[in-house]
Design a protein around this ligand. Structure first.
Ligand code: ATP
Ligand code: MG
Length: 326
């Protein structure tokens, strides 16, 4: 049976892109496979950040994930830095990761452009990611489309390490990405993917009126300049959000109204706001409950760390042994 591992950075609030591209898959798959969900704080420090804010964001991310439906009685939820073997294995993988491929990673190129000073950690981010996954010998990684390239690299790392140190045997599996239909949600600006670090998000826990204030001016099909201009739903981010939140008959109706200019974009956004809230309101109610019982979050994380620490210790014992490090 496949083992699932996936991570999310505490670099801001959990947004609709994270939820539709990754978290919804985790919630579904936890019932079918052993599933580990990791709040990757060591990844979040590869760009400039505020330490006090990181502490808060880590807890908020745990709360949001539990509210979104991660069940700590079924899945394992923990914070990366509480299991130090992640960084130990990452160092080891640094010695087999090809530098050229790290430099070719799109995320590195994009994020380094936004930094005043680029850290080596931003370059080796996918090496730590490979360590996160392979420490638990997970073979299935539900992620958004932006992470597919990193997963390709984690397969290269697994293959190289196996060839060097396990006589070609598959000690580490080659992890495969698992995508949802909403693998790449665009930001409200329509310029780039929705990202915590770009300020173009709708947060999973945002109040209804705040969500509407963001939806109202959100970019749609640029060819619909006037209310009477017909549109192309496939190029519109709002239509893709409809596909994620609205029932199929609504999606069909929305597409028809867009193509014939029957509706203006605001009409379409109103309907989306309604269907979106149907899904978000129960999540927000659970978040409110959890907020009043923070010990539930701490307990879930502590249990997760204990479970992961055992597996990680055993993997590293074998890795050190095979590498002549003990
Ligand atoms: P940051 O801007 O700090 O990188 P992020 O919003 O990209 O934050 P991550 O923590 O890097 O979020 O990614 C968590 C998961 O969410 C990953 O599986 C990633 O592929 C997925 N994801 C992120 N943004 C989107 C998006 N816009 N559409 C679909 N999936 C996404
Ligand atoms: Mg990201």
């Amino acid at each position: 049976m496949s083992r699932i591992f996936s991570g999310i950075q505490p670099s801001g609030e959990l947004h609709l892109g994270n939820y539709l591209g990754a978290v919804k898959n985790w919630v579904r798959l936890q019932h079918q496979h052993p599933t580990i969900v990791c709040i990757v704080d060591y990844h979040a420090i590869t760009v400039q950040y505020d330490p006090e804010q990181l502490r808060v964001r880590r807890r908020d991310m745990a709360l949001s994930l539990l509210a979104a439906g991660i069940d700590p009685n079924i899945a394992t939820l923990f914070v990366q830095s509480t299991v130090p073997e992640h960084t130990e294995l990452a160092w080891i993988f640094n010695t087999v990761a090809p530098l050229g491929e790290l430099e070719r990673q799109t995320q590195f190129k994009e994020k380094s452009q936004r930094q005043e000073s680029v850290s080596a950690g931003l370059l080796t981010y996918p090496v730590l990611q490979a360590a996160d996954i392979l420490l638990y010998r997970a073979d299935l990684v539900p992620v958004g489309e932006d992470q597919v390239q990193h997963l390709e690299l984690s397969r290269v790392i697994a293959r190289r390490w196996n060839a060097h140190f396990a006589a070609g045997e598959e000690f580490f599996p080659e992890p495969q990405a698992l995508l949802t239909p909403a693998r790449r949600i665009m930001g409200l600006d329509g310029q780039a993917k929705m990202s915590k670090s770009l300020g173009n998000t709708i947060g999973l826990l945002e109040p209804s009126d705040q969500i509407w204030e963001k939806l109202r001016p959100a970019v749609t099909d640029p060819k619909r300049v006037k209310r009477t201009d017909p549109g192309t739903p496939e190029v519109c981010n709002i239509y893709h959000l409809h596909k994620a939140f609205s029932p199929p008959e609504t999606v069909e109706h929305v597409a028809e109204q867009c193509r014939t200019a029957g509706w203006g974009c605001l009409d379409c956004k109103h309907v989306l706001h309604g269907t979106m809230l149907e899904e978000l309101v129960p999540i927000q109610a659970r978040a409110k409950e959890l907020n009043a019982k923070l010990s539930l979050i701490n307990d879930a994380l502590a249990t997760g760390t204990a479970r992961c620490a055992m597996v990680a210790r055993e993997t590293m014992r074998e890795v050190r042994d095979k590498m002549g490090i003990t």
